[in-house]
Design a protein around this ligand. Structure first.
Ligand SMILES: Nc1ncnc2c1ncn2[C@@H]1O[C@H](COP(=O)(O)OP(=O)(O)OP(=O)(O)O)[C@@H](O)[C@H]1O
Length: 340
């Protein structure tokens, strides 16, 4: 659906070239929710804005639904932008227009007949949960309601892609949750491809299918959220995962128990149906290995349940190795953190 190939963006700052994007290659599939996460200044905004040419790349190709965006002149670009909606951190609503008029704005630009505009605006107001608020002004709305108007306006022209530029960063956690659920519903109902940028791992793990981590204008890690979240490879990714996971941030502490024999510290990760099966209990019972759970999380990544436990295996030499082999044989991921 969206292909970025060799995308570079340099800004001219007082005659000096500042590289904001360095050789970005990215493929975003039709119908998925794709997240781009990075620290401040990493290049997230620049990257998402190259998809609809709010920023023209210095080099490279941007193809959206088969159309090479960098080659379009102003007129064709305006037409093409109707199929790419966008929402913003600070909503960007017209303060002097009502909710209904804000939503109607792109439809008037597209010169739709009046009756059709009125019908579509009502439909959109219902879709985003703002029934009864059509004649209010933005100043009379909460932040979450303003973003709902932004979403309705972005969807007005039936776009194939919705770009979300830090769409929940100005909202409290509860409202963030409500807006993320709305985006998820819209993705499911309309099949629209969603690309979002954020600095919050929580946003990624709640709604995204795949994620790219951007650092210093480069994609440093990319993949399904389950892989990237549970097995982060790059230092920056680990920092983001640590925002939301106690387990990822664990030190090498042990139980401190005085029990004799070896101790092996392992991180056990399981995903999907295994989350609800007593694999750990059964394995330890079969191998007679005493164990202590030092830390643990059972949660969900979008719709996928997962668990991650830090377990200290105790007892006689060989027992821990046998238990680890059995756990792996039963499909669990076991990482040895410390022997000894
Ligand atoms: N219009 C501009 N002119 C000059 N430099 C710019 C411009 N826009 C962005 N930059 C620079 O490009 C780099 C990437 O900025 P960008 O805004 O894309 O990052 P970001 O990850 O979105 O950061 P934030 O989360 O703080 O918005 C930064 O070094 C920034 O200072």
């Amino acid at each position: 659906m969206i292909h970025l190939k060799g995308v570079m963006k340099n800004y001219d700052v007082g005659g000096r070239q500042v590289a904001a994007l360095r050789n970005i290659d990215l493929t975003i599939r039709k119908g998925e929710i794709f997240g781009i996460i990075g620290h401040s200044g990493a290049g997230k905004s620049t990257l998402i804005r190259t998809i609809n040419m709010l920023e023209r790349p210095t080099a490279g190709e941007v193809v959206v639904d088969g159309v090479e965006m960098t080659k379009l002149g102003t007129g064709k670009l305006q037409l093409e932008r109707r199929s790419i909606g966008m929402i913003f951190q600070h909503f960007n609503l017209l303060s002097s227009a009502t909710v209904a008029d804000n939503i109607a704005f792109p439809l008037r630009l597209a010169k739709l007949p009046k009756e059709e505009i009125a019908r579509r605006v009502e439909e959109l107001i219902g879709l985003v949960g703002l029934t009864g608020h059509g004649s209010k002004y933005p100043a009379q709305l909460s932040g979450g309601q303003k973003q709902r108007v932004g979403i309705a306006r972005a969807l007005a022209t039936n776009p194939k892609v919705l770009l979300c530029d830090e769409a929940t960063s100005a909202l409290d956690p509860q409202t963030t949750g409500a807006i993320l659920s709305l985006l998820l519903d819209i993705n499911k109902q309309l099949g629209i491809t969603i690309v979002l940028i954020t600095h919050e791992m929580n946003v990624i793990r709640t709604i995204c299918d795949r994620v790219a981590v951007i650092d210093g204008g480069e994609i440093v890690e990319e993949g399904p959220v389950t892989d990237v979240f549970l097995k982060p490879q790059h230092r920056t990714t680990r920092e983001f995962v640590a925002q939301v996971s106690d387990v990822a941030a664990i030190g090498l502490e042990t139980s401190g128990s005085a029990a004799a024999g070896n101790r092996t510290l392992v991180r056990v990760t399981y995903i999907g149906e295994q989350t609800y099966q007593p694999v750990l209990y059964e394995t330890m019972r079969e191998t007679n290995v005493p164990f202590v759970i030092l830390q643990g999380t059972v949660s969900k990544l979008k719709d996928t349940p997962y668990g991650q436990l830090v377990v200290e295996l105790q007892g006689q030499e060989g027992g821990a190795e046998q238990a680890i082999a059995l756990l792996r044989g039963r499909g669990l991921d076991v990482e040895v953190i410390q022997h000894g």
